[in-house]
Design a protein. Structure first.
Length: 595
């Protein structure tokens, strides 16, 4: 039991003492930390030392409990306790929690942001995810605005350069013809990672960031970086123009990648966590680091329309809202390892329970392709229809909801030889369609259907609600490319396409191309002049909140290599929420056209 006479002053004395002498290895905390003035201390050890100041001897670990007892005692005295161990990858309720791993800190009190091991750990972690990584890599780029005349960024670069010259009247701060090496360069898929220490957060840097174009793709949170410039307000006067020089070189590293065909530069704040506490050989730490990266990274470009882009939602009588008589909810899942069908069943029920409370209109809920799989397709088809219909009867007494999901029939090698999309209401199975457009690797073993033909005696096109409802075309994974490439022949266009994607694996392992799918779906949207809604599973990787599960292309006349996610005219989701079914399965649900 913790002695009641230990006061806040005793705790402060203990913190001061520990700051001077450090923490014995056997007393470091594995679960919780006491946070005080930017430093971290093991709660139980702090109380042990505080007792010496209060009662003349140090408490033994066996004399009181850590966890709830120690934490509650310190919280009651006004101290902040933080969870130390990163949570297992998964999701929590509420958009404010999102998929962010907890900050990881070690308790080496001598640690600082210039720790050499931190950079070494970052490189090793990048190598685990992307393979080849170059440190201190010289890209050979010029250092003056004139080096980029004729590029889309020239005017911005010139404005920023002149603003820096005027800021403190240092006109001559560029003394090299080529840009100094970047911290890390990842050649495949092609992007820079910068490790920003405190000297990068200056008034000069804030000035340059404030002049970035609003729709510039960035691999970091610009507003957060500007706030850090205010909070840290670093100054480097050796030489006197060093702040201008550093801010300008950082600007080049942010703006030039788009000119050179690279993905946006990712910036990591060196002081945000103790990066050396992440072990590149630990699978959980690699997942944690990957999650931190994917908070910054843009798989292609920003998925949602930026400010200034004209969207359907800005027109009260926009085509999307006029044409669809029901809402559409897309379910993006995040899956770690193998999950049981029972987890999938529970996720369907949880999503259903939430969606029915968020709209009073008819709604189609779209889950990923291959949501269930079995070697006996006919049995899987019948069993799933009954199971989902039963869940709908319990949660949807008014018959407003239809659920679309994918079924895979497996061959004797475990491959998805039969890929179906089915639509199910409380009455049972309503529509079904088989994949008709395979990938190159699927040719020869996937049993293909016809674009205009349904399966198991059902039509391929879903009409929802059943009477005078909107029409939805059921597309299995790569079928969206078939629509975009006009492989559907004379198939009559529908009000919307429901594209059920199997999923995306870790980068460079299997199906990892998050970026190319939406571009293919955009072509389908243009070809049929209708919105496309998609669902996908992110497998052993953090779910990208920027994945555009709603696409709408209007009036696109340029080549498709020029199309980007910023040209997406889809109205933003009317509602969205997150669910965690288990530590290995979670979902982000986005709802459009809610009445």
């Amino acid at each position: 039991m913790i002695p009641a006479n230990i006061t806040k002053d005793h705790i402060l004395l203990a913190i001061k003492e520990i700051s001077q002498h450090g923490v014995p290895d056997r007393r470091k905390s594995r679960n919780f930390i006491l946070r005080f003035e930017g430093h971290f201390f093991p709660p139980k050890y702090v109380i042990s030392v505080a007792n010496r100041h209060a009662n003349g001897h140090e408490l033994l670990p066996s004399q009181f409990s850590g966890g709830r007892e120690s934490n509650s005692f310190l919280i009651d005295l006004g101290f902040e306790i933080t969870k130390l161990t990163p949570r297992r990858p998964g999701l929590e309720h509420g958009l404010t929690s999102h998929y962010k791993p907890s900050k990881i800190v070690s308790q080496e009190l001598g640690h600082n942001e210039r720790c050499r091991a931190c950079k070494e750990s970052v490189k090793s972690l990048l190598e685990r995810i992307y393979g080849k990584v170059h440190s201190n890599y010289a890209l050979g780029w010029g250092t003056l605005p004139e080096d980029f005349v004729g590029s889309p960024s020239y005017a911005t670069l010139q404005e920023i350069y002149q603003s820096l010259q005027k800021f403190r009247d240092y006109n001559d701060f560029v003394h090299t013809q080529t840009l100094s090496p970047v911290d890390f360069f990842i050649p495949n898929p092609g992007f820079i990672v910068e490790f920003d220490e405190s000297q990068h957060f200056t008034a000069c840097r804030k000035l340059t960031l404030s002049k970035y174009p609003p729709n510039l793709p960035l691999g970091f949170d610009k507003e957060k970086w500007m706030r850090l410039c205010d909070e840290i307000s670093a100054r480097d006067e050796e030489p006197v123009y060093r702040d201008e020089q550093r801010a300008w070189y950082d600007t080049l590293r942010d703006l030039i990648p788009s000119i050179r065909g690279l993905k946006p530069t990712i910036r990591l704040n060196a002081a945000e966590i103790e990066w050396c506490s992440l072990d590149p050989q630990n699978a959980e730490d690699v997942k944690t680091f990957q999650g931190l990266l994917e908070e910054h990274i843009f798989i292609e470009q920003v998925a949602s329309a930026p400010p200034g882009t004209e969207t359907v939602s800005r027109h009260p009588e926009g085509q999307l809202r006029r044409n669809l008589s029901s809402a559409v909810a897309t379910v993006l899942t995040e899956v770690w390892g193998k999950i049981a069908d029972g987890d999938r069943d529970c996720l369907i029920r949880d999503v259903l329970a939430h969606v029915v409370t968020k709209t009073q209109r008819p709604v189609v809920i779209v889950f990923p392709a291959g949501f269930y799989s079995d070697s006996a397709l006919a049995d899987l088809f019948s069993r799933t229809g009954k199971k989902v219909a039963h869940a709908l009867k319990a949660a949807d007494p008014d018959g407003r909801v239809c659920i679309c999901l994918g079924l895979d029939g497996l061959d004797n090698q475990g491959r998805a030889a039969d890929q179906l999309v089915v639509a199910i209401s409380r009455r049972g199975l309503e529509a079904a369609g088989r994949k008709f457009y395979p990938t190159k690797s699927e040719r020869g073993f996937v049993n293909l259907g016809k674009p205009a033909k349904g399966e198991f005696g059902l039509e391929r096109v879903l009409r929802w609600p059943l009477r005078n409802g909107s029409t939805f075309y059921l597309a299995a994974c790569y079928d969206g490319y078939g629509i975009g490439n006009r492989a559907t022949g004379t198939q009559k266009p529908t009000d919307a396409v429901l594209e059920l994607i199997h999923g995306f694996d870790q980068p460079h392992s299997g199906n990892s191309g998050v970026g190319y799918y939406p571009r293919g779906l955009a072509r389908a949207s243009q070809n049929w002049n209708c919105p496309v809604f998609s669902a996908a599973s992110f497998r052993d990787r953090y779910l990208s909140r920027n994945f555009p599960s709603g696409l709408w292309v209007q009036g696109w006349t340029k080549g498709w290599n020029a199309w980007s996610y910023q040209d997406n005219k889809m109205s933003p989701p009317d509602d969205r929420f997150e669910l965690s079914q288990s530590g290995c399965l979670g979902a982000l649900v986005q709802i459009w056209n809610v009445g």
